[in-house]
Design a protein around this ligand. Structure first.
Ligand SMILES: Cc1cc2nc3c(=O)[nH]c(=O)nc-3n(C[C@H](O)[C@H](O)[C@H](O)COP(=O)(O)OP(=O)(O)OC[C@H]3O[C@@H](n4cnc5c(N)ncnc54)[C@H](O)[C@@H]3O)c2cc1C
Length: 464
């Protein structure tokens, strides 16, 4: 833990009620990892000026800083250890402005996604990025991880939504680029370095977001396809045909879909499928009225059914059925409950390679140990796959082989071993291994230039 002298000085900087230590820090919800609260000294600044004071102090005293938002990150990027200082952003939760003429929102970094979504939807607008952790994930955390989610094929990732931002850099200086426009060619785009930096280059305090139109009524359909290639073709055909009205396109392989569906007692929803080997696609489609929606979607899908390997499809008949279909997709942790000790992966694969890639990894994993199962699902629209490999048994000795089976060859086909969850401390070694050497050198150069004392979230992205 930090020495008492530092704790006293932190209290002098931002007040006793905003510094938690001596077990108090551990009383917060650790989120996705108990190690998020490993440091046990948590400060809750209420303004950018307070963050400047904290960071200046830490830089001077060589104290490592771990910024935290909703602690929903999935790659260990918010984990901390004794001797470090957690800067918790939850008090910086003001929606500063929603400009309806420019369709732009300016928010503090600690604003939760759902809170912003709720306010925007009253005005027919949305963030353009959505994810299942919306109730806890903060805009600052989402910018720092360059979050993607289900709408990325329509609106891009956070990188594409951020028009401007403000951040406290590791030396305590404030970087301010609060543009509200899309076009601004003014030399290197420094704010893009902070997006996806996972708190290693500074603490984001304020964000300007370009907003997207809110979706109208949506209807959900569940489609079964012969394989991933036909799933990808179905996505492209639907998209070409109905364009912006295709809101989401998600994919689940059978091992995953049947495991979550049975755990939820929703196995019946998958009975329309003709073969146990079918791949499932969930699509949401925008429709003006719920009444016309079902027949519209049914007509659309029946046109596609004879084509490209769509086998069958069902349209949700009401909101309850739609929500049950989405539960099968979103309750991914049920697979971990049934088959614990798994290894998680998050890759991007070009759609034209999807089927072959998935076939290859099944064969490679089976060659390692026949008991290993692959629970595979993802955001079909952008080729982002989430995968858990598990036999239920603990097998740390197999992890390097499993990593290689999943990652080898991905770069060569134009994919990525790290799609949307970031590098954190879990994939730092893989980043070194799977990056272009010159890119990796430049990453290190940028880090050392902006944070020469290495105080900002050390051990994340980089091994040191
Ligand atoms: C059920 C579930 C579903 C999910 N689905 C998706 C999904 O579809 N797509 C997706 O991309 N992710 C998804 N995630 C992962 C997670 O929600 C995102 O990574 C999210 O962006 C993290 O936000 P957070 O506020 O919780 O950040 P945290 O977990 O608190 O922090 C994540 C990283 O951001 C840094 N950070 C946080 N705030 C700041 C700040 N103000 N300034 C600088 N650095 C900061 C931290 O240091 C850390 O490196 C999911 C997670 C869960 C639990």
């Amino acid at each position: 833990m930090l020495d008492q002298i530092h704790i006293d000085n932190l209290i002098a900087l931002i007040g006793v009620s905003n510094v938690m230590y001596g077990g108090l820090g551990k009383r917060s919800d650790p989120g996705m990892s108990a190690q998020n609260l490993g440091a046990d000294v948590v400060v809750n600044p209420g303004s950018q000026a307070e963050i400047v004071k904290l960071v200046e102090y830490c830089n001077l005293q060589n104290i490592s800083v771990v910024p935290q938002g909703g602690r929903t990150g999935l790659s260990g990027a918010a984990e901390s250890e004794p001797g470090q200082l957690i800067i918790d952003m939850h008090r910086m939760n003001q929606i500063i402005d929603v400009d309806l003429v420019s369709s732009v929102a300016t928010v503090e970094a600690g604003v939760k996604l759902e809170m912003l979504q709720n306010q925007l939807s009253e005005n027919g607008l949305s963030v353009g990025v959505d994810l299942a952790a919306r109730g806890s994930a903060t805009i600052g955390g989402m910018v720092s991880t360059n979050a993607g989610g289900t709408e990325a094929f329509r609106f891009g990732t956070m990188r594409h939504r951020v028009l401007g931002l403000e951040a406290v850099l590791p030396n305590g200086e404030v970087f301010s680029d609060l543009k509200q426009v899309i076009k601004a060619n003014e030399g290197y785009d420094i704010k893009q370095l902070l997006i996806g930096a996972e708190g290693t280059l500074g603490i984001i305090t304020k964000v300007v977001l370009a907003l997207a139109p809110a979706d109208s009524n949506r209807t959900t359909a569940l489609i079964s396809c012969e394989n991933a290639r036909s799933a990808a073709m179905t996505f492209q055909k639907l998209r070409n045909r109905i364009k912006g009205d295709l809101l989401c396109a998600e994919i689940m392989w059978p091992e995953y879909a049947y495991t979550t569906a049975r755990s939820l007692n929703l196995g019946k929803l998958l009975e329309f499928s003709e073969s146990p080997a079918d791949v499932f696609v969930i699509v949401d489609i925008a429709t003006n009225s719920l009444d016309g929606a079902n027949s519209y979607l049914e007509d659309l899908l029946s046109d596609l059914i004879d084509d490209q390997g769509i086998r069958s499809a069902v349209v949700a008949q009401n909101g309850r059925e739609a929500s049950d279909i989405w539960k099968i997709r979103e309750e991914s942790f049920l697979c971990d409950e049934k088959y614990p000790n798994g290894y998680w992966y998050d890759m991007s694969v070009p759609l034209s390679h999807l089927d072959q890639y998935v076939e290859d990894i099944h064969a490679r994993i089976s060659a390692i140990d026949k008991r290993l199962k692959l629970f595979l699902f993802g955001h079909l629209g952008d080729g982002n796959l989430h995968l858990t490999v598990s036999s239920g048994l603990s097998c740390p000795e197999l992890q390097p082989q499993i990593d290689a089976a999943i990652y080898d060859g991905l770069r060569e086909i134009g994919g990525s071993f790290s799609a949307e969850h970031g590098i954190g401390n879990q994939k730092a070694l893989s980043l070194k291994k799977h990056s272009d050497a010159e890119k990796y050198r430049l990453l290190g150069l940028i880090k050392r230039t902006m944070d020469p004392n290495g105080i900002m979230n050390p051990g994340k992205i980089f091994l040191y």
